[in-house]
Design a protein around this ligand. Sequence first.
Ligand code: AMP
Ligand code: ZN
Length: 477
Amino acid sequence: MDILLYNSAHREKELFIPLQEGHVGMYTCGMTVYDYAHIGHGRKYVGDDIVRRVLEHAGYVVKHVQNVTDVGHLVSDEDEGEDKMEKGALKHGKNVWDVAEYFTDHFYSSMDALGVLRPTIVCKATDHIPEQIALIETLVEKGFAYDTAEAVYFDIAKFPAYGSLFGGQNLDDKKIAVREEVQTGSFKKNPADFALWFKRVGHFAQHTMHWPSPWGDGFPGWHIECSAMSMKYLGETFDIHTGGIDHISVHHPNEIAQSEAATGVPFARYWIHHNFLTVDGKKMSKSLGNYYTIEQVMERGYDPMTLRFLYMGAHYRQQLNFTWEALTAAQEGLAHMRLLVVKVLAGVAEGDGANDEKIEESQKEFFAALCDDFNTPRAVGILFSFLKEAAKDPAQYSSEAMRGYITACDAILGVGLEGGIAKSVEVIPEDIQALVIERDVMRARKEWLEADRLRAHLESRGYTVEDTVHGTLAKKL
Ligand code: AMP
Ligand code: ZN
């Protein structure tokens, strides 16, 4: 199955051809673990999860590597200001190591709640200091880096391609950024040069995390960890590198420059950049404080799968503005889809399969949409239209084909189309499941009278009804 993906390195859609047949090496920039993961992160990592699941559906074995930034990321991506981990330690009254551990756990449990598959390899920057030092040594030896009293810097003048990466860097903007926030960088030859190794001097004299190095005690710059760890686990040249669009201007050009300067061969071949989840048009972010965590969303009574469904309603390269109304609409949409699934599966139990080719057709269209630059809104639309039609007359399909299609769709969407209703220890008959989901649809629409009527109906059928974040939980009395 051919996959077309928008390669932001060349700014066009390209046919994906892996380096090694049947295998994909994919590196995803992970989180800086100094504060809570929020639903903006959720959008980005669900986006990566879809990429991975589509590749796996297409038959590839995906080696998915993701880093955890637990050192070296300064408040500005241009290596200026304080260290984010130290800032997090002050804010949360913990030491930096505890902050890192606490927010790494929080990040992965948040992603678990959103159904994001765990990466094949999770690697922490602090566990890979020798690899980063070795890479910096190579850069120094090859003349791409220079040592100063405050840091070892990458010399972008030695890497002429730098200015044209991702369609061109506005180096003048970087000069302005540096002038405005001169806390480090006074030893840089060029304002866009970036730190590979910070020394524990001056501004960073009290820095908590530090290691010995050939250039003195200190800590790595943010960008070098991604080059060192991606190449360690995936090789000097690998298939796919992903990140948020904020990484196009600084972090990813820096990764490319330092990797290719060190190895002399191309770094990642395809670059995927996810657009933001915004609030009132502004990026949802830890620093702006305009964020919600997954727990906060669940506390308001939403199933986390509703968030996943909301994200998939927009293409990953489009901005998506978060509102509670949009989330409620997604909740209703998902409950409706689950209801259709229950109805269709109940109806095909006696089905004759006379029109199974329609299933095949829809399935082809569904996967074609996903293989065309991961077009989730189109794929969800195709599935919705098909289920609405099928629910009118399910008996024309066979149970096997229908169940196969729904299971295959959900292997990628991952929202729990079947049995997405609150889990129960006992098996609930399909007509009761349909009532449960119908009640969730009514609750999402805030049609409380109708929801109450359905509760009474369920109770009269011998079930207790409980409201949970995953929706209605029905249990046999
Ligand atoms: P951070 O830890 O803030 O560097 O974020 C880790 C990843 O999440 C980066 O690739 C960011 O681009 C991405 N990210 C952060 N906030 C958002 C957001 N509001 N929407 C989408 N992606 C985000
Ligand atoms: Zn990175």
